[in-house]
Design a protein around this ligand. Sequence first.
Ligand SMILES: Nc1ncnc2c1ncn2[C@@H]1O[C@H](COP(=O)(O)OP(=O)(O)OP(=O)(O)O)[C@@H](O)[C@H]1O
Ligand SMILES: [Mg+2]
Length: 427
Amino acid sequence: MASPYPEGDREKVASKLPPALQQELKIRCAELGLDIKDAATAAITTWRTSSQFERDIDTSGAKSFSTWLPLGLYDGFKATCSERGLSYIQGLVQSIRAWLDDNPSPKEVTRPAETRRIVVCNQKGGVGKTTISAGVAEAHAEADGIGAKCLRNFVESLTEIELERLNRTREQLLAVVADYTAGGQRVLLIDYDPQLHLSNQLGIPAISVGEESLVTHMTGEPRGDIRDLVVPIEDPRFGGRLHVLPGTREGFLLDSKLALTAAQSRGFQKETALERALRPLEEDYDVIVIDSPPSLGLSMDAGLYYARRRPNEKPGRSGVLIPVQSEDSSADAYQMLVDQIDDLRDDLHLEIDLLGIVVNLFDSRRGYIATSSLEEWHNLEDQAVIAVVDDLKEQRETVRLKKPLLAYVPESKQANVMRLIVAGAGK
Ligand SMILES: Nc1ncnc2c1ncn2[C@@H]1O[C@H](COP(=O)(O)OP(=O)(O)OP(=O)(O)O)[C@@H](O)[C@H]1O
Ligand SMILES: [Mg+2]
């Protein structure tokens, strides 16, 4: 995998590590397809920002170890060691140990029998579909074990007001997060929206009009393998497990192309077009997350069909996740979406699971409008509110910087809200 740092921006550093740890690092990097220098970079960067670091790991028998780090990182690392009263070898051993624990061997992670499919949708614009799609995908792909720890601390630190907004007690939430199993999974994040917000926000080039794309694969005009369109997110945080299928502006024509193809080709079923296109990818991924456009057209029917519960799939694993806002117009939009889901269920005899409502951009300064609307979301009979998200500056910063949220601020409130959504989805 390509390194996110050009070779010229690195410096060679020499230190010491116990041979057993060096060997473990070498094997783990090979298993995860990572360069040792990228793993060391991630290890040191995370250790420096983490407030939970171990003390006094045995460093006896340490032998020389050298690697290449981004310019300045080693100086910063040495300063952190001094602040924490640690030798450089102890600091390095702690960093590498924590990284190994956070990036387990892929063999240790259980793979689901059926790829989990999460379709994030709402035809209302700007409610947080792209934000939540990316965060949910990142939470599934980050190292196994890391999210569970952060999430538990987060729930412990929620204020009474925050718990009240969620309409849950701390004990109820702790029970939900106790069996948090996300992390360490191979994840595909799909930009299904021709506005290309997801691709742009992650700094990934969109697919040009006229090129091979998800649209050509859905409308029966593919020239190559859909797997060739997928792009990895290079950040070491995700250990090569997070991939993106970039969007294309041609998606603006998808509804009419689907209608035309159905009219021209006998037996072409519009609703199954997304599923047919994505099937070849499913064996490579444990979770597929779809960022839907703000529309309710034929392409959305195909998205909803893809979210349906498959035979032998447990309820609540795949389905639709719906971000909303605490305002009246969101309620009208929600009703239209649910009506469309009901129509599809009846017409095609499907089960489509509603994984939960995320009330996003909650602004308590809006007083009664916000609180009464939140109460209405809690009163819905068909699904639960699984998270209430404030307007958080980290979210806007991460978009501006074109960085994945869970890599930019992994221990922030917003990152933990994403993990909370994953924990609550389908429960
Ligand atoms: N909780 C939040 N805190 C701060 N900013 C947020 C939050 N959620 C979303 N935003 C910002 O609000 C804007 C709209 O969010 P987003 O793009 O996720 O919505 P969307 O539903 O995908 O929109 P569209 O319908 O246009 O695709 C973005 O600029 C995003 O960064
Ligand atoms: Mg969007």
